[in-house]
Write a protein that binds this ligand. Structure first.
Ligand code: GAL
Length: 368
């Protein structure tokens, strides 16, 4: 009898130890189903995504947590580890740097977590299960087509800018743009104003990854508005009169477009400029209404969030998510779901963004 009691006590003690150990797996909390890691709060694009995730998750049965990496791959890895400690089953992640993020998602894969790359692909690793994305080649093509449609005459100076070389999307955007621009450079509509690398490749319709890398390396903004501004200033300081007048500017996204536009607007030798953008950021919508930015490529983040969360829920429910294609990330073909984009300029801004209830009219001034 005594022995039995002792055993019971031991069993209770062991159970208690196990429960404590279970709770104390690094964070003291193991209740998050889906971890979401976004690259930075410093760009409005990702704050938009955070808000759209929050809206979509308001009545979800599953628990989620959103962390920001603030432009640091080290912080991104810490974020992923913190979420793994909370027991996530699915990781939705937009990498700061597509190649550097491989080690973070490999750590997640080791724990049996399903990894969904969100908007930006993670490259050179097999630890990515799915990719939800907009059609990034179409983004670049739409920007370029806008410049082509608005170019008058010949020898129009063409200023080229790109995103960060660490972001796979920057390659896709530029590749999509180049396919449309190159024939128009070849036929004399445009002349390249600010890139010797692009100039050297102007007869090639199809560029290899290395060739794209050379051009992007020269005209990168790093997705940073200040870098973009400094580059534009340097370019305009160097430009002779034949590279001024009416000009066309390929700017990769809204943040960089606004700062590049400000620089061009303040040069008295620039008589007119067309400048592209991307993301439909509120500040750029105002710029478009005020005719300081020509267009933006609207990526409806609500759809991307819905697709990513839809996939996560399928995985949590034990099903296989639906995909529509795949992307080669350098190591594997990643199954992907892709969403279309919409070109917005002054003519359709109200129909696309206000009437669709993406934004409220009261957030802008001068809307007709
Ligand atoms: C890209 C993204 C764009 C843009 C940019 C800068 O990867 O697709 O929407 O905002 O990053 O953050």
């Amino acid at each position: 009898m005594k022995k039995f009691k002792g055993l019971t006590f031991l069993a209770i003690l062991m159970a208690f130890v196990l429960v404590v150990a279970g709770c104390n797996n690094g964070s003291g909390d193991s209740s998050v189903d889906v971890g979401i890691v976004l690259p930075t709060k410093d760009e409005p694009r990702w704050v938009q995504d955070e808000q759209r995730f929050k809206d979509a998750l308001a009545d979800s049965d599953y628990s989620t947590e959103i962390l920001f990496s603030q432009g640091s791959s080290a912080k991104e890895k810490e974020n992923v580890e913190a979420l793994l400690n909370k027991g996530i089953k699915v990781l939705i992640i937009t990498p700061h740097d597509g190649a550097a993020a491989a080690s973070a998602v490999e750590a997640a894969k080791k724990e049996g977590v399903t990894v969904i790359a969100y908007d930006r692909l993670i490259t050179d690793t097999d630890a990515v299960d799915y990719y939800v994305t907009f059609d990034s080649l179409a983004v670049g093509a739409a920007q370029a087509q806008y410049l082509v449609d608005n170019a008058n005459g010949s020898d129009v100076p063409l200023y080229l800018y790109a995103g960060a070389a660490s972001d796979n999307n920057a390659f896709l955007f530029f590749e999509g743009a180049w396919k449309v621009l190159q024939p128009k450079i070849a036929d004399g509509t445009f002349k390249i104003a600010n890139s010797s690398e692009a100039e050297a490749l102007k007869d090639s319709a199809d560029l290899s990854r290395d060739q794209l890398g050379k051009i992007i390396g020269q005209i990168t903004t790093n997705w940073d508005a200040n870098d973009a501004k400094n580059k534009a200033q340097t370019h305009l300081t160097a430009a002779k009169a034949d590279l001024k007048g009416d000009v066309s500017i390929l700017a990769p996204n809204d943040g960089t477009a606004r700062s590049i536009a400000d620089v061009f607007a303040s040069d008295s030798a620039i008589t007119k400029y067309f400048v592209t953008g991307q993301d439909a950021e509120k500040a750029s919508i105002q710029y478009i209404i005020d005719e300081q930015q020509s267009m933006t490529v609207f990526k409806d983040v609500r759809t991307l969030v819905k697709d990513a969360m839809g996939m996560a829920v399928e995985v949590l429910d034990g099903n296989t998510p639906e995909t529509t294609g795949s992307y080669d990330n350098g190591a594997v073909e990643v199954k992907a779901k892709q969403t279309n984009v919409i070109v917005v300029d002054k003519d359709n801004v109200k129909a696309e963004l206000i009437d669709s209830k993406y934004y409220e009219a009261s957030e802008f001034t001068g809307l007709e």
